[in-house]
Write a protein that binds this ligand. Structure first.
Ligand code: PLP
Length: 400
């Protein structure tokens, strides 16, 4: 049966993670995976989650199956967090609970590609690597364009506009809402406004990945302003939501796909297709994380706590960025300009280190990061930031 099977593309990142786990050096520094770590380098349990867990535990719930589309109160909470109350009340959104944000992206791509026959997916590079196999498996075709200008360390807006100009009607543009993975470099509100107007005019479908909502500014609503921009233009679009990062629920796989349509009737038909697809793929999504999310959403005290948690995360990330900037520019006077560590947002600093420099850090210096030089600043803290910066200084001076 399996004789024709070939090895799949190797996963470089996985190999780095494996190396990290085998490294027994107690000073090793992990800035690899896109997860938040606290000041002690540990996974962070949000206070809001801890309190919601107590409530859920006391409620003594059962473990029945859920509906294919998901738990209704979660769907309502998730849609409101992403899109705002008004649109949800107008019933112009079809939502389906998914296995994390990855599941939302996959479900959205399947809907468009296999059920709507919209197959051209435009992706700006560098990108979250999982988009590529995910789109392929959903039956879509990937068209790449340049998202990031590595010389200027800013969004390559001309390239995005050119891609949009050349894209045929009914193409799909995958755009990240904020804290762009891997570049940490987001579109400005003005750029979003120009893009969304052009997309509407050219009948291009925005496919927005909101995996990091809340981590850019510490404010869920502020980070979702591009979504409100599209809603104000009466656009149809997809929003792939994840609570992995914003609630620290990585392993619970809490996500949701929201499809915004021009009227309630269309939303009903879309929801029916989502139900149909999800039934065959997963039947129904896991309950635990979804119940935590909806219980936070409906309880004003927990909402306030969540806000505080997110602000705390966002402030710590900014402080780490300031520390890195200080060590590289002022203390060690590392050659080069390091201002982008301050301007980039969220977990990621797209350092600009070369592949060789990153490789040296991994192979010889016990610092673990992907070979594209992306640094997850959440892996840094008061205890290891200076040492990390001395190692960056070393490779910048000694390795090309
Ligand atoms: N989209 C982007 C850009 C991501 O970085 C990630 C996770 O790292 C996801 C989607 C998927 O998130 P989840 O872990 O919820 O599946």
């Amino acid at each position: 049966v399996f004789e024709g099977l070939q090895y799949q593309e190797p996963d470089e990142f996985n190999d780095i993670r494996k190396k990290l786990s085998e490294d027994s050096n107690c000073r090793k520094i992990d800035v690899s995976a896109g997860v938040y770590r606290d000041e002690n380098g540990k996974p962070y349990l949000l206070k809001a989650i801890s309190q919601a867990e107590d409530i859920l535990h006391d409620a003594k719930r059962d473990h029945d199956y859920n509906f294919c589309l998901g738990i209704p109160e979660f769907l309502n909470a998730a849609a409101t967090i992403a899109l705002g109350e008004k649109l949800v009340k107008e019933k112009k959104v079809a939502s389906c609970q998914t296995i994390g944000g990855t599941g939302a992206c996959h479900l959205g791509a399947t809907l468009l590609s296999s059920f709507c026959n919209f197959r051209k997916f435009y992706i700006g590079t560098p990108a979250w690597p999982n988009y590529f196999p995910l789109i392929k498996q959903a039956g879509g075709e990937v068209i790449k364009y340049n998202y990031y200008n590595s010389e200027k360390k800013e969004v390559d807006f001309t390239s995005i506009l050119n891609a949009l100009e050349s894209a045929p009607r009914n193409s799909i543009f995958i755009l990240q809402l904020c804290c762009h993975n891997p570049t940490g470099t987001d579109l400005s509100q003005e750029q979003w406004d120009i893009l969304t107007s052009k997309m509407k005019q050219k009948e291009i479908v925005p496919f927005v990945d909101g995996a990091y909502q809340g981590l850019a500014s510490g404010d869920l609503e502020k980070d979702a302003l591009p979504i409100q921009n599209m809603i104000s233009k009466d656009m149809e679009f997809l929003f792939c939501q994840s609570f992995s990062k914003s609630l620290g629920l990585y392993g619970e796989r809490v996500g949701c796909l929201h499809v915004v349509t021009s009227d309630a009737k269309k939303a009903e038909i879309v929801a029916d297709s989502l139900r149909f697809i999800f039934r065959s793929e997963c039947s129904s999504a896991p309950a635990f994380g979804a119940l935590l999310t909806s219980s936070i959403s409906k309880n004003p005290n927990l909402r306030a706590q969540w806000k505080e948690d997110l602000e705390g995360i966002s402030h710590r990330l900014q402080q780490v960025r300031r520390d890195v900037h200080y060590f590289l520019t002022e203390k060690y006077k590392t050659p080069g300009n390091w201002d982008h560590v301050l301007t980039q947002k969220g977990l990621f600093w797209f350092s600009g280190l070369t592949r060789e420099q990153s490789k040296t850090l991994i192979d010889n210096l016990h610092v673990y990061l992907p070979l594209n030089g992306r640094v997850n600043v959440a892996g840094l803290n008061k205890k290891n930031t200076e040492e990390f910066c001395t190692l960056i200084d070393y490779v910048v001076r000694n390795v090309n």
